[in-house]
Design a protein around this ligand. Structure first.
Ligand SMILES: [Zn+2]
Length: 317
């Protein structure tokens, strides 16, 4: 019996960017290192995904857009909107991250809960990238798995501080995918899309108000939508110290948020696929530790669910 949820990682999650680039791409490798160093995740729980193919990307994205990206033919204006200097390494990274969310969803369907150490590229639209997001991993994963008949209905719970505008656009006319975004109203993107449910909280919102929003919506939505799977974007950019966030959550607030979402899904037996989402800080150790909250919460909840105290896990494995 496996008492740890699958934690999905690929070495290509971190590829080089020009020095000083504001996207903290080094955080992904660091999340893995710190989780292992802390003993929060055992090496045997790590799973490596297969990068996705052009055809798989094309199940969700426009074929022209996929071709433009993989041939590195993006024009300067589109590259500015993306916010990343497109390169072969970034395309490789994009394929690995999407493959990671596909594997995370498969593991969630099989075992109940799994977490990617990347993913949550929710600003990518069917035909364009934006806001550091090349491919929309959740949208592609949904397209691949639905085509296989792995599930019918999904709920996307997007708690990154920025609205999940790309994801909303992918599924705006899809009755089987419910998109729920909790974000800072006064933050990027300037023009919001329409999710199935949007809650924009004001700048400076702290733990109490934010958690009351989460607690009053997650369980009722699960009961109303009755999804076959939940995709949870646990972005840590609502944290008070985040460079781009504009909200004021504490470490404890983020942890309580993750715990609540995980608990609501596990209690109902709804498979939960977690992706890391956004988080911005100069100190990668602080940032990676903040992101690791999600994986720690998932690992603890999974162990508790299977009746195995964390302290006994090493011996049993
Ligand atoms: Zn964000």
């Amino acid at each position: 019996m496996n008492f740890a949820p699958g934690i999905v990682f690929h070495p290509d999650y971190t590829v080089p960017l020009p020095p000083g680039h504001r996207f903290p791409i080094g955080k992904f490798g660091r999340i893995r290192e710190l989780l292992l160093a802390d003993g929060a995740v055992q090496a045997h729980a790590l799973r490596q995904p297969e990068p996705v193919s052009d055809a798989e990307l094309g199940l969700a994205h426009d074929a022209d857009y996929v071709r433009t990206i993989v041939t590195l033919a993006l024009d300067k204006k589109a590259e500015r909107r993306l916010g990343l200097p497109l390169s072969a390494a970034l395309v490789r990274r994009g394929r690995a991250a999407v493959g990671g969310t596909v594997l995370t969803a498969r593991l969630a369907l099989e075992e109940g809960l799994a977490c990617n150490i990347a993913g949550g590229s929710h600003h990518a639209f069917p035909g364009h990238g934006a806001g550091f997001c090349i491919f929309n991993d959740v949208a592609v994963a949904i397209a691949i798995l639905r085509r296989e008949g792995a599930f019918k209905r999904a709920l996307v719970i997007d708690c990154d501080v920025h609205q999940g505008d790309g994801t909303a656009a992918f599924f705006k006319n899809d009755p089987d995918i419910f998109t729920f975004s909790v974000h800072c109203d006064a933050n990027y993107p300037p023009a919001k899309e329409v999710s199935d449910l949007d809650i924009g909280v004001p700048m400076g919102t702290g733990d109490a108000v934010y958690l009351s929003v989460i607690k009053s919506h997650v369980a009722p939505l699960l009961d109303k939508v009755r999804p076959d799977i939940v995709f949870y974007n646990g972005g840590v950019d609502p944290h008070v110290d985040d460079k781009l966030g504009k909200l004021a959550l504490s470490d404890r607030g983020l942890h309580a948020r993750d715990d609540h979402v995980i608990d609501c899904c596990l209690r109902r037996g709804v498979p939960l696929a977690c992706v890391v989402g956004g988080g911005y800080a100069d100190d990668l150790d602080i940032l990676a530790r903040r992101h690791g909250t999600l994986h720690r919460a998932a690992t603890a909840a999974f162990a508790a669910r299977h009746g195995t105290p964390m302290t006994e896990r090493k011996e049993m494995i």
